[in-house]
Write a protein that binds this ligand. Structure first.
Ligand code: FAD
Ligand code: NA
Length: 387
């Protein structure tokens, strides 16, 4: 095989960003492989034939950043809509705005508290466990925001996320539970926010629209019957950027890093709009899923292209990931962190392989973080390998 200058394992945002930079700055010939049948990694989306909605295949993806370098970079490849993320929650048959804010509080208590009054009330309710050092998540939640709001909006939702009673979960899972004492229910606080105008996949295709970049899908780096496998590339000394799971790279020899995953159940309604918002959380235990995503509501500007009287919703179920599941959220206990540190040491000793992205570095990264770390990894680690 005539190898290219650089092989990238994984066509997610980390891999695509490094590929784009390698061509732009070094004129490199880059080959990207991905085991999936599409580019974009977990940020991939497709247009639903029946409804016209853009479905985010691995769960709702909202772009937001305060990083100017990243914002300038992504705007080279796509325009963004003026979408602003807002989430609502159904509790006990009533819909409330999230994150918990003065609107939530006044609706919940049926009052017209001022910010100062609401703050005093929550402090008083949180005082129930004052002076204690909560060891489990349940007590910690009560100590942070008081029992009434904790039990209404956090307790059962958290139990569904972890499939564990919060009284059995370590307090360390939550550091804070933000409560806003005004009516601001804008979900993100970043300077820039929006959704790619023609969809995520069109954005990603433009990043690698260059004859020096080739992409091969349905190819596993560890499959030794295909030429771009780990052993062959190592033997040929070809620089590799690896964005798959770091424990898999080393055959899990030190043990498995732990992740949570998410399952989706698709539901279709013969209505124009089922929830009236893109994300509806379900705070109670009687609904088995954590939240529902109604994709058409992410892009109200596309109203004319949607099929009237049809909408598609994905119900989201959260659970621990087994080997072979899609790893989504690193669990990140102290034990996991220590294990990752040992894998990272081995990774650093692989001379011509750069580990990156959320799987390669066992980190929860938003898209803007992944792009930022990829730009830096290109400069500091990949460029020197391209000599
Ligand atoms: P990935 O996108 O996971 O790409 C890695 C690629 O490597 C995959 O395509 C995989 O198939 C491939 N691969 C792995 N092993 C192999 C192998 N052996 N051979 C070949 N290919 C392989 N970010 C936001 O900014 N906003 C959000 O709202 C948001 N919501 C999210 C919701 C969910 C449910 C999840 C899971 C993530 C969310 N994110 C969000 C984060 C976002 O998905 C990530 O930041 C981004 O996708 C990470 O890119 P990556 O390239 O590091 O990894
Ligand atoms: Na390395």
């Amino acid at each position: 095989t005539q190898y290219p200058d650089l092989v990238i394992v994984g066509a997610g945002l980390f891999g695509l960003t490094v590929a784009q930079q390698a061509v732009e700055h070094a004129g490199a010939r880059v080959h990207i492989i991905d085991v999936r049948d599409h580019i974009g990694g977990n940020a991939y989306s497709y247009f639903d034939k029946e409804t016209g909605a853009e479905i985010h295949k691995y769960g709702a993806h909202l772009f937001h950043t305060s990083n100017e370098r990243v914002w300038k970079y992504v705007n080279r490849f796509t325009e963004f809509t003026n979408y602003v993320h807002r989430v609502y929650a159904t509790h006990d048959g009533v819909v409330y705005p999230l994150p918990i804010n003065l609107g939530t509080i006044n609706q919940f208590f049926g009052k017209a508290y001022t910010p100062a009054e609401a703050k005093a009330l929550i402090e008083e309710q949180a005082g129930e466990l004052a002076g204690t050092d909560p060891q489990n998540l349940n007590d910690k939640g009560i100590q942070l925001i008081g029992r009434p709001l904790y039990e209404a909006f956090i307790k059962n939702y958290t139990a569904k996320q972890w499939q564990t009673d919060p009284a059995e979960l370590p307090a360390s899972i939550i550091k804070r539970l933000p409560v806003r004492f005004n009516y601001d229910n804008r979900y993100f606080k970043d300077t820039w926010e929006g959704l790619p105008k023609d969809g995520y996949t069109a954005w990603f295709e433009r990043m690698i629209d260059d004859p020096r970049i080739t992409v091969e899908l349905g190819v596993d780096f560890f499959d030794e019957t295909q030429p771009y496998n780990r052993k062959a590339l190592q033997a040929a000394g070809v620089p590799v950027v690896y964005t798959g799971p770091i424990d898999r790279y080393f055959d899990y020899e030190l043990g498995d890093l732990k992740w949570r995953t998410v399952d989706f159940k698709e539901v279709r309604y013969a209505e124009d709009d089922h929830f009236g918002c893109p994300v509806m959380n379900f705070s109670d235990s009687d609904v088995p899923y954590t939240r529902a995503i109604e994709f058409r509501n992410f892009n109200p500007e596309r109203a004319d292209s949607y099929t009237p009287g049809r909408t598609v919703v994905w119900e989201e179920y959260s659970r621990f990931a087994e080997r072979g599941d899609e790893p989504y959220y690193p669990i990140n206990t102290d034990e996991d962190k220590a294990l990752y540190a040992r894998y990272a040491e081995k990774a650093a000793a692989e001379p011509r392989t750069v580990f990156g992205g959320r799987l390669g570095t066992y980190k929860y990264y938003d898209m803007h973080n992944v792009i930022d770390t990829a730009l830096t990894a290109y400069e500091e680690q990949v460029a020197p390998l391209l000599g």
